[in-house]
Ligand binder design. Sequence first.
Ligand code: ZN
Length: 67
Amino acid sequence: MHSHDVSSTSPATGGAPHQATTTERGAFALARCPCGWSGPARRSRERARADAAAHMNMTEQAHPVPG
Ligand SMILES: [Zn+2]
């Protein structure tokens, strides 16, 4: 039974890379990731892309290298 709850770190789904993309909602754009994360609504699509990039960078660093 692997039912451990990790609240500080988001569990990676099979080690799949985060694929954050931007989506538009009305006049706003926001970044979303299949992991369930979503960024704040931005007025600029570029801002949303920056959020997506930041999320992927953050999650990358959050993964400790074993060994
Ligand atoms: Zn993600």
